[in-house]
Design a protein around this ligand. Structure first.
Ligand code: COS
Length: 384
């Protein structure tokens, strides 16, 4: 599944223009209102951005992973709030359905997700189950033709905007680990579901996360993803492998933007009678950032190409996620340093990006979880 080379080039061009002409000029509005303007979301629909990863037969663009990474990189040269609006629908919220959904489930949701008519969210994390995702406590107990859901999900991106939730819940409470978990496609308007107000965060204003609370929420048996119990955790892990490549491109995109801001400042700002970019210590900051940006972009595309060839990329995705998100943190820090005192002032966007990128090292698996995934894979390969 991939868009042909010429159409893809046009698409990428359109996104580059959209970022420059519409998104970057709207960054301050997003910051002030803590929301993305509806007119921009409408333009995202028109550009087909909600359907990037959804197969063409269901109305999406059907990009392969390498193409998705390239588009996401472009999009993330603007504030991360814009990508977040489409992020869950393109990535973790919909891909379980694309990978394992029944034909009827795909027909029910994918065309509306692809057009952006509805947005999806991925409900895995809970108050007591973050890194240890397999310990989740939300239950879905079979009752006649239905399942009854009880539990709380936490920090759920786009739950407030969502028309479909992919919910991981324990269908077999007797099984404590991964094998007792199933996934459900749930309408957030179902009686018994409450979505809390948006969380206050360190950064990434305009993105929306909130709790999703299930109190005897009754869903039909047809909501069970793929029609099979006990598959939810495995599906979530596969979705996260893919999501980690997507997030690596988020990281390289915003890193490129921060470096561009730092370079422009270094050329324009004069001290000791010359542009600070002429000083070798500032050049070292620029060069280190450029090198890490190139490395992160190259490794992500390499892993994405392997994903497209259906190779197992669990370990590589974790390597990419760890390197690119940590590098984005370092690049943000150097960009602030190059800006000097101005880098601490809200008037310059770099302090905002510095706060925004801090989240990258936390969500969809912390750096420490990526290390664990990488080392476990190495040990497994050695043992075999
Ligand atoms: N693809 C498919 N299956 C996978 C998998 C993957 N990438 N990773 C693990 N599994 C399977 C394992 O093979 C194992 O199968 P069995 O039940 O048949 O033995 C099962 O899942 C459990 O795996 P494991 O024993 O490795 O699970 P752990 O509980 O030790 O933890 C980690 C696995 C830590 C990697 C997982 O919980 C994780 O990724 N945590 C972070 C969660 C996260 O990213 N949260 C972000 C919130 S979503 S925005």
């Amino acid at each position: 599944m991939a868009l042909d080379v010429e159409t893809f080039a046009l698409m990428k061009d359109a996104v580059t223009r959209f970022v420059k002409e519409k998104l970057i000029p709207a960054e301050d509005v997003v910051e002030e209102t803590n929301d993305v303007p509806e007119a921009i979301i409408e333009e995202m629909r028109e550009l087909g951005l909600f359907g990037l990863s959804i197969p063409e037969e269901f109305g999406g663009l059907g990009l392969n992973m390498s193409q998705e990474c390239e588009i996401v990189h472009e999009l993330c040269k603007a504030s991360l709030a814009f990508r977040s609006v489409i992020g869950t629908t393109v990535g973790i919220g919909s891909q379980g359905l694309v990978m394992t959904g029944t034909e009827a489930q795909k027909q029910q949701y994918l065309p509306r997700l692809a057009s952006g008519e509805i947005i999806s969210s991925f409900c895995l994390t809970e108050p007591e189950a973050g890194s240890d995702a397999a310990s989740l406590r939300t239950v879905a107990i079979k009752d006649g033709d239905d399942y009854v859901l009880n539990g709380t999900k936490r920090y759920i991106t786009n739950a407030l905007r969502a028309g479909m939730l992919t919910v991981m819940a324990r269908t077999d409470p007797a099984k404590k680990g991964a094998s007792g978990i199933s996934a459900f496609l749930v309408d957030p308007k179902t009686p018994g579901i409450t979505i809390s107000k948006a969380d206050d965060k360190m950064g990434q204003r305009g993105t929306k996360t909130s709790d999703v609370i299930f109190e005897d929420a009754r869903v039909p048996a047809s909501a069970l993803l793929g029609g099979r119990e006990g598959q939810g955790f495995y599906t979530a892990m596969k979705v996260l492998d893919r999501g980690r490549l997507h997030l690596s491109s988020v990281s390289t995109g915003i890193a490129e933007r921060m470096l561009a801001e730092a370079l422009a400042y270094a050329v324009e700002r004069k001290q000791f009678g010359t542009a600070i970019g002429e000083f070798q210590l500032v050049q070292a900051l620029l060069a280190d950032s450029q090198t890490e940006l190139f490395a992160g972009t190259a490794m992500t595309l390499d892993a994405a190409r392997k994903y497209d060839k259906e190779e197992d990329i669990s370990m590589l995705a974790a390597c990419c996620k760890m390197f690119t998100t940590e590098a984005a943190g370092r690049i943000a820090d150097r960009a602030v340093q190059i800006h000097g005192g101005a880098g601490y002032m809200s008037e310059y966007k770099i302090e905002r990006f510095y706060r925004d990128v801090r989240l990258l090292r936390l969500y969809e698996g912390t750096t420490q979880i990526q290390q664990l995934v990488i080392a476990r894979n190495m040990l497994k390969t050695y043992a075999n």
